[in-house]
Design a binder for this molecule. Structure first.
Ligand SMILES: [Zn+2]
Length: 313
């Protein structure tokens, strides 16, 4: 049985696990992520790997991190949330452990995890969209992870869906991420609560009357409890998500869209509006099979499980 270690570096915590070929997590650790200090972060990652290696015979290590990674997969070119921009974490961990290390973007890792062991099992062409603060994306086409010519493929969150629309963190305007993400839910909810509408009572109470404290998670939680305003906000995000999926389908023709992240927890409250909008906007919709739109299965483990598998390849 070949075991590998998957490391998923997030903004607030790092997940490290020993993973089997069938995607089972034999052992795992969560350590807090010193996100603003790469030296401490690297030391914490290496210490965690060494603890797990001491008890399990592992053959390789996969490291998943948010950001843009070069085509050679050995450098993080841009990491907006964690102090890893320009970091050579791959070679440093290889040097410290003597094991081969594979570095991959977090959404790509999660897409591979869902493809191998989650909602994408049985399909050769999948698109994962993760609704977190932003909108992450990973793509498997013809059973291969899509990397791109410069390593930066699968940024569906930054497809311009509304010309001259909302300003995005990437420097452009009107990106899909600005309409279908945690940020988008938060912005819609804050605007609605600030309007003073009686329909905003539930959200107003959720944030204790301070709109600056409103989050996308509060919107999802209120919607799941039946709050009509929150359901409408999620439906609007779902609609934009569906428009984005139609654009992706025109280009890539996936068999299935898998929706994960915190926004994915809303399930059909976001997926049903996405399905409707997708069908409305899909090119030649009456003459082709309709891709499925489903929830992710592996939750927060998708990146760790996926990158551990990629490391084995
Ligand atoms: Zn953007």
């Amino acid at each position: 049985m070949s075991l590998t270690i998957g490391v998923d570096i997030g903004g607030t915590k790092i997940a490290i696990g020993v993973i089997t070929e069938s995607g089972e997590i034999l052992r795992r650790e969560h350590i807090s992520s010193p996100a603003n200090d790469r030296t401490k972060m690297l030391a914490a990652v290496i210490a965690g790997i060494n603890r797990l290696r001491a008890e399990n015979d592992v053959t390789a290590i996969g490291i998943s991190a948010a950001g843009l990674i070069n085509r050679e997969r050995d450098q993080i070119m841009f990491s907006p949330n964690v102090d890893l921009t320009g970091s050579a974490i791959k070679s440093e961990v290889e040097l410290a452990t003597g094991l081969p290390v594979l570095l991959e973007n977090d959404a790509n890792s999660a897409a591979w995890g869902e493809y191998k062991h989650g909602a994408g099992v049985g399909y050769s062409n999948i698109v994962l969209l993760t609704i977190g603060t932003g909108l992450g994306c990973g793509i498997v086409i013809d059973d291969k992870l899509l990397i791109g010519g410069y390593g930066m493929a699968a940024e569906a969150g930054h497809m311009v869906i509304k010309p001259d629309g909302q300003l995005c963190g990437c420097g452009q305007r009107g990106c899909l991420e600005q309409y279908a993400s945690g940020q988008a839910l938060t912005r819609s909810a804050r605007t609605f609560v600030a309007s003073g509408s009686p329909g905003a009572d539930t959200l107003f109470r959720s944030c204790g009357g301070d709109v600056t404290l409103l989050t996308g998670q509060m919107v999802t939680a209120a919607a799941l409890n039946g709050d009509p305003a929150s359901i409408a906000i999620l439906a609007d995000a779902g609609k934009w998500l569906g428009y984005g999926m139609a654009a992706v389908a025109a280009m890539l023709d996936p068999e299935i869209f898998i929706v994960g992240g915190g926004g994915g927890d809303a399930g059909d409250l976001i997926l049903d509006p996405a399905r409707t909008a997708f069908e409305q906007r899909l090119a030649a919709k009456d003459h082709r099979p309709m891709a499925k739109i489903v929830s992710a299965k592996l939750g927060n483990d998708a990146g760790m499980v996926g990158v551990a598998d990629l490391a084995r390849l």
